[in-house]
Ligand binder design. Structure first.
Ligand code: FES
Ligand SMILES: [Fe+2]
Length: 351
C-alpha cells in the first residue's frame, strides 16, 4: 500500500513539474531577437535560446560549461552563444565552439550541454521537451490553423502564478464561462444549467454542453497526440465583431515549475484577403482589450486555487472533461516512469 502511495506521489510530482514528451511553446517569435539571448525556465530547467547566423532559433541549457555562469547573460557571436565571463562560446548543439582566452584549448569540440530541438510556427518558438519514453523529438505538427493559410492567428503569452495543470483543467471545463465570464462581451449568453457530454477522438476528446451549441463557450477539444498537448475552443462572436465566424482560441499551458506557468493563446479567425485586414484592425483597435479582460478573470480565479486543492475537491458531472484529461496525463506520466525504471534496471544489471 505504501509502495503504491509512493508511486502515485512520484507520478503526481512529475506531472506537476511539467509533463514531458511534447513540443511546447516557450516564447513568441518576436521575443527572440536577433543577436540577443533569451532565458526561459521550462519544467524546472533553465534554458537559453538565441537566433543563429541563419535566424534559426537554438536552445541549450543556460549554463556555461566553463564555470557555470548563465549563458543568457552573454552575447551571440558567429551564430553561437558566448559567455560574458571569460568568452567561452557554445553552438546550438551544446558543443564548445571556442575558448578565446586559451589557444588550442582541449575543451573546443567537446559536447558539453543538453540541447533542445526548436521549431517556429504560428508566431511562436517551440522546443521539444524529451521524456524517458520519448527521448527523440517527433516531427513537429503544429495546429492546422497555423499552417493552412485560412486563419489569421495572433499569439499571446501570459505568466500566471499557478500550476499549468489548473489552466488545462480550466480549458477542459467549458461550463465555467457562463458564470465566471457572464459579464463579458461574448460570454454573457445562454443557459446557466446543463449537462456535459464527452466524445473521445483519435488524439483526445471533445467536451461539450448537451443543451446548447454556438451560444457561449459550449465545447472544448483537448488534443494529446504524439507531439503536442493543447486545446481548441470556439467563442461565438456577434455580428459587430467583423467577418470570419467564431473566435477560436488555441491554447497551450507550459510549466515554468510546479507553481507557475506560461499560458499561450492563439486568437484565431478564419478570414483571408481584405477581410483579414479588417479583422486585424478590428482586433487590435477594439477586441483585444476585451479578450484580456476575460483572461484576467481566468487568471484571478486560477491563482486563487490552493496547490493541494486536488486532494479535497468534490467533482460533479460537469467535470468529466477535467477527469478525462487528468487520466490521459497520468497515463503519459506512467509511460515515462516505465521507460525510466527499465533503463535503471538495465544499468544496475550491467554494473
Ligand atoms: S564561466 Fe563562462 S566563460 Fe568562464
Ligand atoms: Fe475562462
Amino acid at each position: 500500500m505504501q509502495v503504491q502511495e509512493k508511486g502515485r506521489d512520484r507520478v503526481d510530482d512529475y506531472i506537476s513539474r511539467g509533463l514531458r514528451g511534447f513540443w511546447v511553446p516557450v516564447a513568441t517569435s518576436v521575443q527572440v531577437k536577433t543577436g540577443k539571448p533569451l532565458a526561459r525556465k521550462i519544467a524546472g530547467e533553465q534554458l537559453v535560446m538565441w537566433r543563429d547566423g541563419k535566424g534559426k532559433v537554438r536552445c541549450v541549457e543556460d549554463f556555461c560549461p566553463h564555470r557555470g555562469a548563465k549563458l543568457s547573460l552573454g552575447v551571440v557571436q558567429d551564430g553561437n552563444i558566448a559567455c560574458r565571463y571569460h568568452g567561452v562560446s557554445v553552438d546550438g548543439e551544446g558543443v564548445v565552439a571556442r575558448v578565446p582566452a586559451m589557444p588550442d584549448c582541449a575543451l573546443e569540440g567537446r559536447k558539453a550541454l543538453t540541447h533542445y530541438a526548436c521549431e517556429e510556427a504560428g508566431g511562436a518558438i517551440f522546443i521539444y521537451l524529451p521524456s524517458a519514453d520519448r527521448p527523440e523529438a517527433p516531427a513537429f505538427v503544429p495546429p492546422v490553423e497555423f499552417t493552412n493559410g485560412e486563419w489569421q492567428v495572433f499569439p499571446c503569452m501570459v505568466h500566471w502564478d499557478c500550476s499549468y495543470r489548473l489552466s488545462l483543467d480550466n480549458a477542459a471545463d467549458p461550463m465555467h464561462a457562463s458564470y465566471l465570464h457572464n459579464d463579458s462581451f461574448t460570454l454573457a449568453y445562454g443557459s446557466k444549467q446543463d449537462t456535459m457530454n464527452l466524445d473521445r477522438t483519435k488524439d483526445g476528446f471533445v467536451i461539450e454542453r448537451v443543451g446548447q451549441k454556438g451560444v457561449n463557450l459550449d465545447s472544448t477539444e483537448v488534443v494529446m497526440d504524439e507531439a503536442t498537448m493543447f486545446f481548441r475552443l470556439d467563442i461565438p462572436y456577434p455580428d459587430g465583431a467583423g467577418p470570419g465566424g467564431p473566435f477560436r482560441i488555441i491554447g497551450f499551458a507550459v510549466a515554468i515549475d510546479e507553481h507557475t506557468h506560461h499560458s499561450f493563446f492563439w486568437r484565431c479567425r478564419q478570414v483571408q484577403g481584405l477581410a483579414a485586414e479588417s479583422w486585424r484592425f478590428l482586433y487590435r483597435a477594439f477586441l483585444e482589450d476585451r479578450h484580456w479582460f476575460v483572461l484576467e478573470q481566468d487568471r484571478e480565479m486560477l491563482e486563487s486555487i490552493p496547490e493541494d486543492a486536488r486532494r479535497r475537491e468534490m467533482l460533479y458531472q460537469h467535470d468529466i472533461g477535467v477527469s478525462r484529461l487528468r487520466q490521459m496525463m497520468v497515463r503519459r506520466a506512467k509511460e515515462h516512469f516505465k521507460a525510466l525504471d527499465a533503463a535503471e534496471a538495465a544499468k544496475s544489471q550491467s554494473a
